[in-house]
Design a protein around this ligand. Structure first.
Ligand code: S3P
Length: 180
């Protein structure tokens, strides 16, 4: 791969789990943007939101993702809000292939219920928040280059689908390059 692969999608879509396995399969390094932000800030994401607020988090998120994309190709799992920023989408389009992991509300809700640490879901009814975010974000996630359904069941099935969709896409890209 000469380009990075960037996974986008809502909280609970499986971006980190799929990304880690996809990177192993493709023998590429894996980076989780949220973990990078935590490392750079020296605190957890809930602590960051608590201390500095969401706007500052978004600024940090944009910087961290831009820096990663300026480096060598990786598989990058982004936080659910990252792709909503226009400049981040432009940087992703310039340096990477974007893959939207699309999941339905039941799947997302089931998965986010297993783990704390998501400030946007901590205060209000998480199912309702997810439903609203789906409405707001799915039309924007749909701008990603590729779409892969993240269904209930073993994560390996989603990884397999992602590999297939990526292979088809890359075949298409190389097909359009004229032979020397
Ligand atoms: C967010 C998603 C989180 C994290 C932050 C905000 C969002 O990442 O970046 O809590 O706006 O959807 P995950 O999608 O990895 O949970």
């Amino acid at each position: 791969m000469t380009k990075s692969i960037v996974l986008v999608g809502l909280m609970g879509a499986g971006k980190s789990s799929v990304g880690r396995r996809l990177a192993q399969k493709l023998q590429m390094p894996f980076i989780d943007a949220d973990q990078e932000i935590e490392r750079a800030a020296g605190c957890t994401i809930p602590e960051f939101f608590e201390r500095f607020g969401e706007e500052e988090f978004r600024r940090g998120e944009r910087r961290v993702i831009q820096r990663i994309l300026d480096g060598p190709p990786v598989v990058l799992a982004t936080g659910g809000g990252a792709f909503m920023a226009e400049d981040t989408r432009a940087a992703i389009a310039a340096h990477a292939v974007s893959v939207w992991l699309k999941a339905d509300l039941d799947v997302l809700y089931e998965r986010v219920s297993r783990r704390q640490g998501r400030p946007l879901l901590a205060k209000n009814n998480p199912r309702e928040v997810l439903r609203k975010l789906m409405e707001e974000r799915y039309p924007v996630y749909a701008l990603a280059d590729l779409e892969v359904e993240s269904r209930r069941g073993p994560i390996e099935a989603t990884v397999e689908r992602a590999c297939e969709v990526l292979a088809d896409y890359l075949d298409g890209v190389t097909d359009t390059v004229p032979a020397e």
